[in-house]
Write a protein that binds this ligand. Structure first.
Ligand SMILES: [Zn+2]
Length: 354
């Protein structure tokens, strides 16, 4: 799961500065990284990547549609000789607000094409459902056994989102395919897991991977924080990591954190991390059944090995959902059984798995 602390001192090689420092940092010939602020968010910033072509710009991700980020994006584009009117296309890695919403707003204002993975359509349709009377995440928390957290989340908000930020994209990305960007060719690779419709974009010629939140250099992307829920998000995520591991070793251009040298090295670390969490989760349900919420209490969280109760309320919710995702994968592998109850989904180690 995510935490702000490890990235707080991370220097990016393109800038020689902390990765979130303002600027249009040159990553490669014709490619700039512009970190945009995420106030109120532990992730600190999101990297938007600007790809120059002879007839305008393609941006990978757009940032969160807030005034301070919009002003900063305009200022940084100007530093490299461009304005919003030069943007032809947004390739958005996934539907989360810090990636998608500014692309939507600017795309509609300036007539740029906004492309997003088809797997995100159910989430957008759910957000646009006029009969929605509470946050759809509350039910996900309840099935993870986190009833108190669901109540606190409900009390802490629940107003309908600004729907002008959540309109459908112009283009749905479907399957794996090549996207020409000027003289470059990007391989659009469907990488479900963090969200069902997540995409990464590989430019093999230049050795670059626009990784979105799929491969992050210093933190692990949250798993299970999606609506409508999918049956096995961790299984999807690990399958997508294996898929990216089969690409050539590429420089990682992440959405959060500094540029990192090796996609292979980082994917191996992420797979090992989740294998270890799966072992610990299985051990936690060996003798008695438990929900995601129960098992999350028995695990340590963040790089600082915090106890569950030391996490903030939002992170506690994410942790319960992510632990449920680990337990669901144990079920899919035949190592555990599941039972739906009033208290949430109860998991127990299968008798043969000891
Ligand atoms: Zn993100």
């Amino acid at each position: 799961m995510t935490t702000s602390t490890p990235t707080a001192y991370a220097v990016s090689p393109d800038s020689g500065e902390h990765w979130s420092k303002e600027g249009a940092w040159r990553v490669a010939e014709g490619i700039h990284r512009i970190p945009l602020p995420l106030p109120m968010d532990g992730l600190k910033a999101i990297n938007v990547y600007v790809i120059e072509t002879a007839d305008g710009l393609t941006l990978v991700d757009g940032g969160w549609a807030i005034e301070v980020a919009r002003d900063l994006l305009e200022r940084c584009l100007r530093q490299v000789g461009y304005g919003f009117g030069d943007i032809r296309r947004f390739l958005v890695t996934h539907v989360h607000r810090d990636h998608f919403t500014m692309a939507t707003v600017l795309g509609h204002e300036y007539g740029a094409d906004v492309a997003l993975g088809l797997g995100e359509k159910p989430a957008l349709e759910l957000l646009n459902d006029p009969t929605l009377d509470e946050s759809p995440f509350l039910d996900v928390l309840r099935t993870a056994g986190a009833h108190e957290i669901a109540e606190l989340w409900a009390a802490g908000g629940g107003e309908r989102p600004d729907m002008s930020m959540w309109i459908l994209p112009d283009t749905w990305l479907d399957g794996d395919h090549e996207i020409p960007v000027g003289t470059r060719v990007l391989d659009a690779v469907h990488t479900p897991g963090h969200t069902p419709g997540h995409y990464v974009f590989a430019e093999k010629q230049a050795g670059l991977l626009f990784a979105g939140d799929h491969v992050l250099p210093t933190i692990t992307p949250s798993i299970g924080f999606t609506v409508p829920p999918t049956p096995d998000p961790l299984g999807d995520f690990m399958g997508s990591l294996t898929k990216v591991r089969a690409l050539p070793d590429l420089q990682v251009l992440p959405a959060h954190g500094p540029v990192a040298p090796s996609s292979h090295a980082r994917v191996d670390e992420l797979l090992a991390f989740h294998d270890r969490r799966l072992e610990l989760s299985l051990a936690a349900i060996a003798d008695a059944p438990g929900t995601g919420f129960d098992v999350a209490h028995q695990l340590a969280w963040t790089r600082h090995e915090k106890a569950y109760d030391e996490l903030d309320l939002f992170s506690q919710g994410l942790a319960a959902m992510e632990t449920k995702a680990h337990l669901e994968l144990l079920v899919a592998r035949g190592q555990a059984t599941r039972q739906e109850t009033e208290a949430g989904v109860l998991f127990q180690a299968a008798p043969t798995s000891a």
